[in-house]
Design a protein around this ligand. Structure first.
Ligand SMILES: Nc1ncnc2c1ncn2[C@@H]1O[C@H](COP(=O)(O)OP(=O)(O)OP(=O)(O)O)[C@@H](O)[C@H]1O
Ligand SMILES: [Mg+2]
Length: 560
């Protein structure tokens, strides 16, 4: 087929006849491309070279017109995807676009309603995840699905334990687990430790070890970097490069475009369950084009303007707070209307600090004062009554009632306060929840859906959204934009800044340094449980923060 190239279509569509159908079927995709005149020229040049190289690699996976419906939602509405051996194929799309559903179709969790999945040239329909794994497709899910009570090794070999004469060979499983963990650069994780005793980042590694314990030819990663610190992401990329060098294909999902530039080869974009662009070069496609293909509009990825510092009344005062092995002698203040950001590596004690301020953990020493009055240590109730709200890091285990509707999840946390403010009626609660759903671009907008059925990023919006209901005077936010797409992220920043303008104090933890620098008025840098630096956000830049954050680990390395 020689498609007459339309001027708006990308070089990708031109060079790849099999993609044109997808590209043509999506008028808003082409409109998006129009808005991006600059950069397209060079993108085309490089793309043609890339495409030539890619042509040599075999297509291992091809999806055609895949449809998957859930009650009331068409999660996939005709998806096309083609993945070649040895490439890192990135899937981009807004929260709820269908990325996780797509990979669950691939990995045998969901059965498609219609359409075809071809694996290594043959049509397949995997009955369950085990069948997909046996066929060589290994998946690391967005919500990690490890069995918390089993050990690391038991998780890695769950369902395919090494056996002889019918007996499971535990020692062999442990030895092979050690070997794989070593290959992943994490030989320090003990294979016999129960998984629930591990940090989130370590769990991620275990999940990868499990994927690698199979002889996979395709490795699917759904937002693997969301729980990883800066240096961990580099380690992840090193592993991915080793795998692709062996010809293993990788499907990589992330909301961080910078990552896609570094690790990706080609990009497929989903919007509302449909492929809106395929075969875009990961490094060369302008950000504006990627974003507009995802969202159908252009979004300026900027932070809301910061007001001039005013004389503000102090809201929170933390003095000499310590918890053994977590953080030491931390003192800080947050004023009404001020956003204070804490930067640092995962594991530097930031989350534990926030939880202790909130009363979910009891400090060994030190005090937390709110409005000049001491809060009872280890008592969440008194913190909430005083007006504190917290959006924790692990949304599933710590924050959400998954079977309950969105509006219940949003109103539950602030229920006592809502009652105090006089609006207890269910209708009022729902209306408030709807207002927040609107301002955070919740998808689907329907607040009566159980939270379980929302996509990962939309669940995160619910966790944050519940504290926007009113009555919150100090908001503790731990990784508030984890898994949230670029469009909704900008909304969330605006909402947080608006709250501050109304006088709410915010204490924010984020692993993304630009987020801390862009959103906060004042920045604290934590390293190994101590605050090592405090500065107005305007007076510090990303390099300085990273230097401060890394110095500790470098010194440690030198001491070894
Ligand atoms: N088990 C389910 N039951 C009902 N609806 C579902 C279910 N799983 C997903 N959905 C819906 O399907 C749509 C696609 O969700 P999916 O999780 O695939 O999005 P996503 O692209 O992975 O988003 P995110 O970036 O937030 O992870 C959403 O509207 C979601 O609410
Ligand atoms: Mg998802």
């Amino acid at each position: 087929m020689t498609a007459a190239p339309k001027p708006e279509e990308t070089a990708a569509a031109k060079g790849e006849p099999e993609e044109t159908a997808a590209a043509k079927g999506e008028p808003d995709g082409t409109a998006a491309a129009k808005g991006e005149p600059d950069g397209t020229g060079s993108a085309k040049g490089r793309l043609n070279e890339d495409a030539a190289v890619k042509k040599q690699a075999e297509v291992v996976l091809r999806l055609t017109d895949v449809v998957k419906t859930f009650p009331g939602v068409k999660a996939l509405d005709g998806v096309q995807l083609e993945v070649r051996a040895g490439e890192v194929h990135c899937l981009l799309g807004q929260n709820g676009a269908g990325k996780s559903t797509l990979i669950k179709v691939l990995s045998g969790v969901h059965r498609p309603d219609s359409g075809t999945v071809e694996w290594l040239g043959d049509p397949v329909a995997f009955a369950d995840p085990q069948a997909a794994m046996n066929a060589g497709i290994a998946t690391i899910y967005q919500e990690l699905d490890l069995v918390e009570d089993l050990t690391v090794a038991e998780n890695v070999f769950l369902g395919h334990e090494p056996r002889r004469a019918g007996f499971v060979r535990r020692k062999q499983a442990v030895a092979r687990t050690s070997e794989i963990l070593g290959r992943l650069g994490h030989g320090e994780i003990p294979p016999r430790r129960p998984v629930h005793k591990l940090q989130a980042a370590a769990k991620q590694i275990v999940s990868m070890a499990r994927a690698l314990s199979h002889d996979a030819r395709l490795l699917i990663m759904d937002e693997p970097s969301a729980v990883l610190a800066h240096d961990e992401v580099e380690n992840l990329f090193r592993i991915i490069r080793e795998l692709t060098a062996q010809g293993i294909a990788v499907v990589y999902i992330s909301h961080r475009l910078e990552e896609i530039r570094v690790i990706g080869d080609r990009v497929t974009v989903l919007k509302d369950g449909r492929t809106t662009a395929a075969d875009l070069p990961a490094a060369a496609t302008p950000t504006g084009e990627l974003v507009s293909r995802m969202t159908g509009r252009t979004i300026e990825y900027v932070f809301p303007p910061r007001p001039e510092p005013a004389d503000r009344e102090e809201l929170l005062r933390v003095t000499g707070l310590s918890r053994s092995g977590e953080f030491t002698d931390v003192s800080l203040t947050v004023a009404a209307g001020e956003i204070v950001g804490i930067a640092g590596l995962v594991g530097s004690g930031r989350s534990e600090l926030l939880e202790t301020v909130y009363g979910a953990r009891r400090p060994d020493s030190g005090t937390v004062e709110f409005d000049g009055r001491g809060l009872r240590p280890g008592d969440v109730g008194s913190a909430v009554r005083a007006g504190m709200g917290m959006a924790p890091e692990e949304r599933k285990s710590q924050a959400l009632l998954l079977g309950e509707p969105v509006h219940r999840n949003m109103t539950l946390a602030t229920f006592t306060r809502i009652a105090r403010f006089g609006f207890t009626s269910a209708r009022r609660e729902r209306a408030e929840a709807e207002r927040i759903a609107e301002s955070l671009e919740l998808r689907p907008r329907d607040v009566s859906r159980p939270v379980r059925t929302l996509s990962g990023g939309n669940q995160q919006k619910v966790v944050v959204g519940r504290w926007l209901l009113g009555g919150t005077r100090l908001l503790l936010l731990d990784e508030p934009t984890r898994g949230v797409d670029v469009g909704a992220r900008a909304e969330l920043y605006r909402v947080i800044r608006d709250l501050a303008a109304e006088g709410v104090g915010v204490l924010l933890v984020s692993s993304e340094v630009p987020e801390v620098l862009g959103l906060a008025d004042r920045v604290l840098v934590m390293r190994e449980g101590r605050v090592v630096h405090t500065a107005p956000a305007k007076q510090i830049d990303e390099d300085a923060v990273l230097d401060l954050v890394m110095a500790g680990s470098l010194l440690e390395g030198a001491a070894l």
